[in-house]
Write a protein that binds this ligand. Structure first.
Ligand SMILES: Nc1ncnc2c1ncn2[C@@H]1O[C@H](COP(=O)(O)OP(=O)(O)OP(=O)(O)O)[C@@H](O)[C@H]1O
Ligand SMILES: [Mg+2]
Length: 465
């Protein structure tokens, strides 16, 4: 489940990141190129308008200073260039300015020299932290140079606004890309989710589960469903075969058992060797007969042919009756509020669960030391979240933690199987317990008994009495 989530998250994340990065790249390229083109255009426009204004002002200055009673200060005062621009006249070594507070000496010397030599020039400089365009026009006919300083603050602030707008748009586009990616990936993954859910159900045993038709995934859904159908048919065929085989074994084994039983009654009159052989034969036939019985039961359940008779079973009564029939009887503890617990179940199967567990306690744990019926809460409890627990305790060696899940496998006999002759078991007892419990929507687990030994806990959903 977690792996599935991780994989899904991986796909989601990849699509989201891919689209967000794509959107970020495209919008960054667009924003940058827009910014540079617009800036170049604006700057060009501004410079040519400043140049136009400066040339016009220079012409005026030339006119005014050409008159006989000309005064440079008056000429400058009459100009009043727009937008905070300043005008200067350089005459000989002296500077005249349109502003009392700013002198023409702020103009870079190199630039002044260029204009002194008779060249019109413009240059972008930073004066007092303000980007400024300085323009110089020589007026040789009257022996002066005319300069203007135009602050470019308005242009700079326009460009700042433009940069802010473009950045915002780029960020919004990136977020938009991520959102589209999120939506797309959800849309992409949704049909796959159905397949994953169906696969999980099928793995959990719901073999008749199919994926609903989906136009986006038609070939996948079709082949998935047909694969599951094939699998289901095959599993059902195998289960039927096993059920038939075990069923067919029933009558020969009954005949053999009866014959061996009969033979056993003559054991006393047989020679020593033959009597030993008959005893061995009886043991093996008993074992064989038990295996066949258990196999018939398990195969029947696999094939879905198990005859189940559900009734209301008072659990404490069942436990007491089963325990009392044991030799020696096993003590049963019933928790205060567990006495009235009722399970909707098949009495024969539930009794067999208890008998198999008690048998195991005898065979592997030196005898059952107690059974207990109690109430359990929890989400796996079933009806109304209420469940009953039955525990079977022994004081034997217990089962190592790493074997606890496997002992419910068919034919698994744990460490005991290594010790030849140590047990007559077939390893089907707990497998049968697990099947019966599953049939009742319950769970069974092997654990530790406080004080040593093993404790098997069966949890069954209960109905209200
Ligand atoms: N109470 C227990 N204490 C220790 N080991 C146990 C206990 N119950 C089960 N086991 C281990 O789990 C194995 C599987 O148990 P299971 O009942 O399925 O098979 P079995 O008892 O060997 O054979 P049978 O089919 O005759 O019951 C046992 O062989 C044993 O190793
Ligand atoms: Mg057993």
């Amino acid at each position: 489940m977690t792996a599935r989530r991780r994989r899904r998250f991986g796909l989601h994340a990849k699509v989201i990141v891919a689209l967000a990065v794509g959107a970020a790249l495209v919008s960054a390229v667009l924003a940058l190129s827009t910014f540079f083109f617009v800036r170049r255009d604006l700057v060009d426009q501004q410079i040519s308008s400043i140049l136009r204004q400066t040339y016009a002002d220079a012409r005026l200055v030339k006119l005014e200073l050409g008159a006989p009673s000309a005064h440079i200060g008056n000429a400058l005062a009459s100009l009043a260039p727009a937008n905070g621009a300043l005008a200067f006249v350089h005459h000989g070594r002296k500077w005249y300015s349109s502003s009392a507070s700013v002198s023409g000496k702020t103009i870079p010397r190199g630039f002044t020299r260029t204009v002194d030599r008779g060249n019109t020039a413009e240059q972008r400089v930073t004066l007092d932290g303000t980007p400024t365009l300085v323009v110089g026009v020589p007026i040789p006919s009257i022996g002066v140079e005319y300069f203007e300083e135009h602050p470019l603050t308005e242009l700079a602030s326009t460009l700042r606004v433009l940069a802010t707008v473009l950045t915002t748009v780029a960020i919004a586009t990136t977020v938009g890309g991520a959102l589209v990616g999120w939506w797309t990936s959800r849309r992409l993954v949704r049909p796959l989710d159905e397949v994953v859910l169906a696969a999980t159900d099928i793995a959990g045993g719901t073999l008749d589960r199919r994926v609903p038709a989906d136009p986006d995934l038609e070939p996948l859904v079709e082949s998935f469903n047909s694969m599951v159908s094939t699998l289901q048919e095959r599993i059902e065929r195998d289960a039927r075969f096993a059920a038939d085989v075990t069923h067919e074994l029933r009558s020969p084994i009954t005949t053999i058992s009866a014959s061996v039983e009969l033979l056993g009654s003559y054991a006393g009159s047989l020679p020593d060797g033959a009597s030993f052989a008959v005893t061995t034969l009886r043991l093996e036939v008993d074992r064989f007969s038990r295996i066949v019985q258990e196999l018939i039961e398990i195969a029947g359940m696999d094939a879905g042919a198990a005859a189940v008779h559900f009734t209301d079973v008072p659990l404490a009564d069942l436990a007491r009756a089963t325990a009392a029939a044991r030799r020696p009887p096993v003590p049963v503890t019933v928790a205060g509020d567990a006495g009235r617990l009722v399970v909707r179940g098949d009495k024969r199967r539930l009794r067999q669960v208890l008998v198999n567990l008690l048998d195991n306690a005898d065979t592997h744990g030196g005898g059952a030391v107690g059974m207990a019926v109690g109430v359990a809460g929890g989400s796996d409890a079933g009806v109304d979240g209420r469940a009953a627990t039955i525990t079977v305790d022994d004081a034997g060696p217990g089962v190592p933690v790493e074997e606890r899940a496997r002992i419910f496998d068919r034919f698994y006999r744990g460490a005991a199987s290594g010790r030849r002759g140590a047990t007559q078991g077939t390893g089907l007892g707990l497998a049968l317990v697990a099947e019966h419990v599953r049939l009742h929507s319950g769970t069974v687990a092997m654990g530790d008994r406080p004080g040593g030994g093993s404790r098997v806990t069966v949890k069954l959903p209960v109905v209200e009495p």
